[in-house]
Design a protein around this ligand. Sequence first.
Ligand code: F58
Length: 827
Amino acid sequence: MDSTKKTVADFPDSCRTGGEVAEIRRGILDHLHFTQARSTEHATLHDWYMAAAHAVRDRMLEDWLQSLHHLRRREEKAVSYLSAEFLMGPHLGNNLVNLGIMAPFRQAVTELGQDLDTLLRQEEEPGLGNGGLGRLAACYLDSLATLRIPAIGYGIRYEFGIFDQQLRNGWQVEVTDEWLRRGNPWEICRPEICYEVKFGGHTEYVHEADGRLRVRWLPYRVVKGVAYDTPVAGYRSGMTDLLRLWKSEAVESFDFQAFNVGDYYEAVDEKVISETISKVLYPNDEPTIGKKLRLTQQYFFVSCSLQDMVRIHLLRGGVIDTFAGSFAVQLNDTHPAIAVAELMRLLVDEHGLDWEAAWEITRAATAYTNHTLLPEALEKWPLPLFAELLPRHLEIIFEINRRFLDEVRQRFPGDEERVRRLSIIDEHGERHVRMAHLASVGSHAINGVAALHSELLKQTVLRDFHEFYPERFCNVTNGVTPRRWVVLSNPGLAGLITERLGGDDWVRNPEALRGLETFAKDHSFQAAWRKVKEGNKNFLASVIAERTGIKVDPSSLFDVQVKRIHEYKRQHLNVLHILTLYNRIKRDPQADITPRTFLFGGKAAPGYFMAKRIIKLITAVGEVVNGDADVAGRLKVVFFPDFNVKNGQLIYPAADLSEQISTAGKEASGTGNMKFSLNGALTIGTLDGANVEIREEVGAENFFLFGLDAAGVQDLRSSGYNPRHWYEGNARLREVIDRIAAGDFSSGDRDLFRPLVEHLLQSDDYLLLADYQDYVDAQDRVAAVYRDPGRWTEMAILNVARMGKFSSDRSIRDYCRDVWQTGPVAS
Ligand code: F58
């Protein structure tokens, strides 16, 4: 750094950065006055929250500037995590944990007559993601900074994130998420960091003076992407990485042009169109095919991000040829896969590299993570749409494909069927660009997100690619950050663990949790453990009462399924079990039933008919069961509205049982499964996704397994699955389904749940009926063990003790070693 330039650190008397209670107090008051322009007398809770947030941000900036300096000046390769979604969750609490100033900050806030927990609740979370994929990106940023790996998360600053979910009359209602309404204290707008992004138009081939053929892209429209930066602090690492999200804006010169010719309204129109790009996050599970705005969003953020990387690389003094030494570009699913063509365009058209050199750089820089095996979720774009929006990229993709298919033909002469299967262009019916193929051809590494998923990828959706490029395939099992998901959300448990292990080293090194194994049977430790869980359950019970009006018994078994609502995740299998218990009670009101609270949470994509009906089924069953005098409060069914990161932080710590019951082979990994187990819940689950590895780690005897495995699912399907046969062969199952069909949970309306029932009886694509009995039996085992608190607590302790593998720090180390070939920087 230029030694003549001073930084804040050179003035240590600055009370804006100190960690003492008095300094923090002063910082908050200053922000209340100078930033919020409020007196303590008139300040609202939100003013106090904003002042607190700014006071925390002040304490992040020095490390951040240092880290940005590393990024510009150092030689180390930086990770560029390209993701259409970052589901960060509220920042304030997490930053207090990672900066290590929770205690003095709480004290300072108390001395100011406020309550920190109340202020934490004020924060509107940035819901810039749908679910697992977006949340994974957020956990990875936390780990990258904690491990001191220079990184930038690149994405879109959606003005409206994932919708807020309300329940009306038991149905989901979507409400616009206006997270920016009251301002966002965590971001810093960088108007000077902006790039132009072109769309549409056509290309021209021009012969340069040196004889080279150069392509010029003459676009129909140009928009501007402006950087909004959010600091991401590592856990006591001194490293603060960068989340850089792009907002779309109109290019001013265009406005002026129109204005000058007098068409003011056209100029305004142009502005509206440009700003639309980053307006709203697409909720998942809707067929995105043909959604032009979605492809526009993808290209928009990828182009801005790659232009930014090239700028940073050149700032480092590098020549363009060494780009892959500066950045490891990770594609979080195929949403940013257009990066392969865009990097080629930048290198060839803008920087004048020849094709072969550009291709080598692109492949060396890029790696692709797949998150789904569901064929319907694999992205493809109709060729005409692609040509209209990205004419130059389509040419580049054709050329990539031509060269790739030449190689295929060389290796497999005469195998035209294989060529068709591998082609980036799908020629069946209307032609499409297959984004997973583009990502696979353009990457040096391809990974799945759990061991089973990575294996199945090789056998199914990417089978031909695995045969062609076996060396590119690897597995990186997902992980979650113990900072947000234990230290912040479950302080009682974190405190107990720290006390017992004699230190908090486990937060960075969760393998140290193994030390708890010795105490798994220790009575006093078990009692303390149960006390923490009881406290968490009591608190959640009060929140449930407040939000739903339902009173639940905190001593009942909290049986929880929170995740997006999807048929493959089988929330309705859970309902079949609830109704099985209900029928037992109805048959024999004295039946010895372990009291349970069934808690559901999760959003359904607005256009997903079946998912919305599953929500209605859950609430309808709740109405009947919760109010039935025969049940006498032994069963309660609750749908917790608006499941998001903030609510997750309340729910995971209070769970006894974690429902991970997807059809084997369908859930790529799951990460909720890890959050539950890390908080001392036991899992009932299938051999799907990361459940397989969780069970391996915690031990089969500490996991409630049921159901067909992936091979069993395959076999059953290929031998001709007939759900009616299972229905007819099981009286209890028949009774449950018949009662739903008869309208017992819909005031006699036989039509309401007919689509669900018919689907189960006619095709049952997710094999609920085949797994039903085994699931009910496993649930009976759960109920029996819960009655033995000593045994249950021992199992819970062993779960936590053996979850070290599922820290996202481990995942990031795996990526560093197997994919990025990079590592930490020294302080
Ligand atoms: C999820 N995918 C997987 N996609 O379903 C889950 O098993 C895995 O643990 C997780 O990724 C992280 O690897 C997922 O969340 C989406 O939300 C997409 C968003 C964009 C539209 C298509 C779905």
